[in-house]
Design a protein around this ligand. Structure first.
Ligand code: GTP
Ligand code: MG
Length: 540
């Protein structure tokens, strides 16, 4: 993902503003106006100089694509501009009144859904853009439309706050039609509910991204729109514009206490990325760029995970068990089926080696031991073997690294959570072998990553799942932290989920409306859990 160039000189850095931060992913069907909305909003909030926008406007006009002037703020690749679609997720920053916002513009085209998933896995809030234009709305919400697909995926990767913006209201008949807006909201909310969202907490509002209506200032074109209002755990909130909606986001829950985990999004040689705000520490939820020394560019790839070398470093996983809900499979999922699994930023083919059980959707009890197959609508527990070792985690240990999406033939086949992992290779032996010369600056390299848990500072010693020992830019005198490696026992899968989660500091995470956890006897003697949402169970 491309990182924001430096904020304009008058913009304050995060440390100066002292605002809380939030990551928003912009999702929706192709051509709904996601990039136009993001570009225009970022511009209105002063994070882009007016000169740049004027220049882009001229360039777009010359290419005969004047309507893409704001989208081009986000879409910078030649192929994106020629085709008029976004390909990768891109990150921009701006300040709302209350938050320091990282906004991630995801691609809508179905060929690039994997990039959308990576973008969504880094977000706290989803902003769904639907086009009110005749025909466009309908194609987004139909069975294979991306409005539906993206909602499901965002929910699955753990984005539980949702804002729905109905866009292109200038194109309706009559322009800015209330009837069309109401129609679009009703249909979209229904979909959101099916995917597990609680309709009372979803903010819905009308906008025109291109004309900048109702983005940051109330629009006089839509006098019928009085306000949006939501009821949440934290109380009720109301407002009128999209910016109000962003200001009223519930502060995201972040798991600071856990050991560090940062999945790598992209890797490149230093030099490409010229500007960045230099900080001393990254917290959970931050999108950070790291400069590393002593590592080869080819040693690290998207999908790798960095962690603290002295505190439960990430490990390779060669075999894991997941509980999945089959959403959409034309036939049956049987042993030997090898779909692509997406988890945080990684994408890997995994073979189903065993189906341990079929779970009853209502009671969460085992409905059938070792069934031959699973079909659409069923929940089951499957053993998966990735074609190459990956770094994933058990959902109960690191929720953000334990959610999976099963994809095949460009469609989401199933979603689920990892409930047990096997074949974790400990890195500790490798850690003894120091292959980094701490004082020498060699092989500088940068990465873009999002801290999923824990904190990172300049003195953190990183270990990636590739047994290479990495270091964050250490002090030039070559001193090292004095901490001894902590031994953290691998968590015992036979412990009851209830016992653990009730006593656990993360309990609050699971208490929230999305997860119902029930302990359950398994045929092989261990205990495991049912974690799919009650809503998904009853409504899908
Ligand atoms: P992908 O990233 O490819 O999924 O598309 P996108 O959702 O980012 O859409 P994009 O912003 O590229 O806009 C697609 C087209 O819709 C462009 O021609 C925009 O000018 C147009 N568009 C976006 N918002 C509005 C709007 O509010 N009104 C009108 N009339 N057109 C709009
Ligand atoms: Mg786009």
């Amino acid at each position: 993902m491309e990182e924001t160039p430096r904020l304009p000189p008058n913009a304050l850095t995060r440390q100066e503003v002292q605002k809380p931060f939030v990551n928003i992913v912009v999702i929706g069907h192709v051509d709904a106006g996601k990039s136009t909305m993001t570009g225009h909003l970022v511009y209105l909030q002063g994070a882009i100089e007016p000169g740049t926008v004027r220049r882009l406007g001229k360039e777009a006009e010359m290419m005969g694509k004047a309507s893409y002037r704001y989208a081009w703020i986000m879409d910078k690749l030649k192929s994106e501009r020629q085709r008029g679609i976004s390909i990768d997720s891109k990150l921009r920053r701006f300040d709302s009144n209350y938050y320091h916002v990282n906004i991630i513009d995801a691609p809508g085209h179905r060929d690039y859904v994997h990039n959308m998933i990576t973008g969504a896995s880094q977000a706290d809030v989803a902003l769904l853009i639907v086009s009110a234009e005749k025909g466009e709305f309908e194609s987004g919400v139909r069975k294979r439309g991306q409005t539906r697909d993206h909602l499901q995926l965002a929910y699955t990767v753990g984005v539980k706050q949702l804002i729905i913006a109905v866009n292109k209201l200038d194109t309706t008949d009559p322009p800015y039609s209330q009837a069309r807006y109401d129609f679009c909201v009703e249909k979209t909310l229904l979909l959101a509910k099916k995917c597990g969202y609680d309709a009372d907490t979803v903010i819905c509002l009308p906008i025109s991204a291109f004309h900048g209506e109702n983005l940051t200032k109330p629009s006089d074109k839509m006098p019928w729109f009085k306000q949006w209002m939501v009821q949440r755990f934290s109380g009720s909130a109301s407002g009128k514009t999209l910016l109000d909606a962003i200001d009223n986001i519930d502060p995201p829950i972040r798991i600071e206490e856990l050991p560090l985990r940062i999945p790598v999004h992209s890797v490149y040689k230093l030099g490409i990325q010229l500007f960045r705000e230099v900080v001393d520490e990254g917290q959970t939820g931050d999108n950070v760029g790291l400069q590393l020394e002593g590592v080869d560019l080819n040693d690290i790839k998207r999908g790798d995970v960095c962690g603290d070398a002295y505190d439960d470093p990430p490990q390779k996983v060669e075999h894991f068990t997941a509980q999945i809900l089959v959403l959409n499979h034309p036939g049956y999922i049987k042993k030997g089926y090898t779909p692509v699994i997406q988890c945080h930023t990684t994408m890997v083919s995994c073979k189903v080696v065993d189906i341990r059980e079929r779970t009853d959707r209502r009671s969460g009890e085992t409905a059938e031991d070792f069934p031959v197959s699973l079909s659409t609508g069923q929940i089951g527990v499957v053993d998966l073997v990735p074609t190459r070792p990956v770094c994933v985690e058990c959902f109960f240990d690191y929720p953000t690294l334990g959610r999976i999406v099963v994809r095949d033939m460009k469609q989401t086949v199933a979603v689920g959570v990892i409930i047990h992992i096997e074949g974790r290779t400990m890195l500790r032996d490798n850690l003894k072998r120091e292959n980094t010369d701490w004082s020498a600056i060699s092989n500088w390299m940068s990465m873009n990553l999002r801290t999923m848990s824990g904190k990172i500072s300049r003195r953190t010693m990183l270990a990636s799942r590739h047994s290479t020992r990495l270091s964050l830019r250490t002090p030039m005198d070559g001193t090292r932290p004095k901490t001894r490696p902590k031994t953290r026992k691998h968590r015992d899968p036979t412990r009851s989920g209830v016992e653990r989660t009730m006593t656990d500091h993360r309990a609050s995470l699971y208490d929230r409306q999305d997860l119902a956890i029930r302990p359950q006897r398994q045929p092989w003697g261990a205990r495991t859990f049912t974690t799919l949402s009650g809503k998904l169970e009853t409504e899908l």
